[in-house]
Design a protein. Structure first.
Ligand code: WQD
Length: 326
């Protein structure tokens, strides 16, 4: 099979491309390079620069490369920015998906894997979030991912397109330093930045109803996440009408304070954090039940948070050589 991987030059997408090709699948990357980096795409994988909003272009690429499945990761993903620019997020994430699905169904491509997010759940008031936990997104970003799931599922029902929506929890780490996330939008890189600038890491609120008062999340190594895409893609093969919605997490909660302790130990900075007020909109605890993915895909995460932090740090030091200690 040949898989079109939209957003394949992005941080997560490049890991999916790597996992797919290592598993023996053929891949073609489709990316507008707005945040993607061409150098992340291996030489042997074709890179087509284009937007999913350009349906004619997508249709041509699907035909030219004889694409038999799509993994759709191309999207805007910053929660805060989505509050400022909701129309941009709806255009890129919902309209971009709608146009892509039109091209996919017109071309008769049978399988579609969609990159969704735990952001669809909003502030879940449960110990472990299952796929049945009600969705109540708190941001335009989360709304676009939920609307995307609806589009994908409805298209599958109407046309027989086999679909999987993968709800990512907190993605971290890298397969190699060159593939590391270059953005500083999440806890691990934000702590790296503070440490590198000789400032204490910040805990955004320590008065949450959690064991140590800081927020608890389910961190998942991007290599494990990429493997889940391979498993989902294969599960859809020859399964017309299949419709999967799966949490992709480890099912293990780690607090912000615990993460900062691990980061201090791994980087050698050993700098105690400072507590600042809560960041608006942060839920106290978001931890996946990963049971359904285990059952449906025979997939399970293998890497722990230490592996995520260690590999992310190697990527950080590559970009900031002065950061390394000792
Ligand atoms: C994790 C925890 C912060 C920085 C976001 C999106 C979500 C998904 C993943 C895309 C929170 C705390 C952070 C710092 C801190 N994205 N924190 N000090 O908010 O759980 O999830 O990214 O799909 O949709 O919302 O991730 O990494 O920003 O924060 O205390 O310097 O770390 O308050 O509790 P979040 P995050």
């Amino acid at each position: 099979m040949t898989w079109l991987i939209t957003g394949g030059a992005g941080y997560i997408g490049a890991h999916v491309v790597r996992a797919m090709t290592e598993a023996g699948e053929r891949a073609v990357v489709y990316d507008d390079l707005s945040t993607g980096i061409a150098g992340r795409v291996p030489d042997e994988v074709p890179l087509v620069v284009g937007s999913t909003l350009d349906g004619e272009r997508v249709e041509r690429v699907l035909a030219e490369h004889e694409v038999t499945g799509v993994v759709h990761l191309a999207a805007k993903k910053q929660v805060g920015e989505s509050v400022e620019l909701p129309l941009h997020y709806y255009r890129e994430n919902v309209e971009g998906l709608r146009v892509l699905l039109e091209a996919v169904t017109a071309a008769g491509v049978p399988s579609f894997v969609f990159s969704s997010s735990a952001a669809v759940y909003g502030m879940p008031d449960v110990d472990l979030v299952t796929e049945e936990t009600p969705c109540a997104p708190m941001s335009p970003y989360g709304e676009t991912k939920l609307a995307g799931e609806w589009l994908v599922r409805a298209t599958g029902r109407a046309t027989g397109l086999a679909t999987a929506s993968l709800r990512y929890f907190n993605v971290a780490g890298a397969a190699s330093p060159e593939l590391a996330d270059v953005g500083v939008f999440n806890l691990i890189p934000m702590v790296f930045e503070r440490l590198t600038e000789n400032l204490p890491p910040r805990v955004f609120g320590d008065d949450y109803p959690t064991p140590d008062g800081s927020c608890v999340r389910d961190y998942i190594h991007v290599v494990d996440l990429a493997e889940a895409h391979v498993a989902a893609a294969r599960a859809l093969r020859s399964s017309p009408g299949r419709d999967l919605t799966l949490n992709i997490g480890r099912g293990e909660g780690v607090s912000v304070r615990e993460m900062i302790d691990h980061i201090n130990a791994i980087t050698g900075y050993d700098r105690p954090p400072t507590v600042t007020p809560r960041r608006p909109g942060d839920p106290a605890r978001v931890v996946a039940s990963a049971d359904r993915a285990a059952t449906e895909l025979a997939w399970k995460a293998k890497h722990d948070v230490q592996a995520m932090i260690t590999s992310a740090w190697e990527g950080w030091v590559r970009l900031h050589p002065g950061a390394a200690r000792g």
